[in-house]
Design a protein around this ligand. Sequence first.
Ligand SMILES: NC(=O)c1ccc[n+]([C@@H]2O[C@H](COP(=O)([O-])OP(=O)(O)OC[C@H]3O[C@@H](n4cnc5c(N)ncnc54)[C@H](OP(=O)(O)O)[C@@H]3O)[C@@H](O)[C@H]2O)c1
Length: 273
Amino acid sequence: MGLATARELAGRGYHVLAGVRSVTDADRIRARNLEPVILDVTEPEQIEAVVARIANDPMGPKLTVLINNAGIAVNAPVETLPLDAWRHQFEVNLFGHIAVTQAMLPFLLGTHGRIVNVSSLGGRIAMGTYGAYAGAKFALEAVSDALRRELAPHGVSVVVIEPGGVTTEMTGHGIERARHFLETMTDDQRRRYGALVEAIIRQAAAFTASGVPADRAALVFATAATAGRPKTRYTIGRDAAMLTRLARILPDRALDRVLAANLRPHFSAAEAH
Ligand SMILES: NC(=O)c1ccc[n+]([C@@H]2O[C@H](COP(=O)([O-])OP(=O)(O)OC[C@H]3O[C@@H](n4cnc5c(N)ncnc54)[C@H](OP(=O)(O)O)[C@@H]3O)[C@@H](O)[C@H]2O)c1
């Protein structure tokens, strides 16, 4: 979604600094108005280098929009996920974005700019095995609310995007990680959670395969980044629109039943194998 958004905005004439983590990716995406910058959001020196790139711009230091989009998916039951994996999930999906936001805010205050934080349906609903991912995304939602209220008086807007299933590389990588964590479980843990993890993997794969194409998601990102009077939150896909609404109105146990019913077909498929 990041690349599709960078291309969409570059096509509309914005000069886009697009964070990538390798020179190969930088060479692959470089194009008119699309300037790759090496940026791992967990590496403070790389964040500083991007700050220096903007500060030393020959046309003057001007940044109008920051889109915090980087993310990884870590799926495992709360009991079984090693603490260092919990920390890594939060480092990338939460603290990295806070670090980049802190570094870029002086520029955004100067331009009355905008911050767009990419959360998830998982920022509103935490299904089984989503403790770490949803934990970091719920936190990003809360940080975004605080930031919006802090920055409104200073002319900087803060917008959250909540995608549901979008067809990208995330699910494939997430499934690899989920299988790795399944292998590191004890026999007891695997008896407790094995079928759940398999069902979640199948559900995620189905969800993504029938998801919104990344190019379409990029149009929502572009609206969030450029609309004159942006909404505070944009969902992407019908699943996200419906479930975020249900999460607001249903009591917890009713939502438990809806989520269990959605997962049930994937359970039986998993158990049949
Ligand atoms: N796809 C979905 O269904 C979905 C649903 C809800 C929310 N989201 C959210 O949407 C955002 C974009 O995800 P996507 O679906 O487009 O997944 P994706 O295709 O896997 O893209 C994620 C991007 O994040 C980058 N990244 C990972 N760790 C990073 C780090 N430490 N520093 C900088 N960049 C890093 C990856 O870089 P590399 O290419 O170098 O690995 C990759 O380019 C994420 O925040 C995700 O949580 C996605």
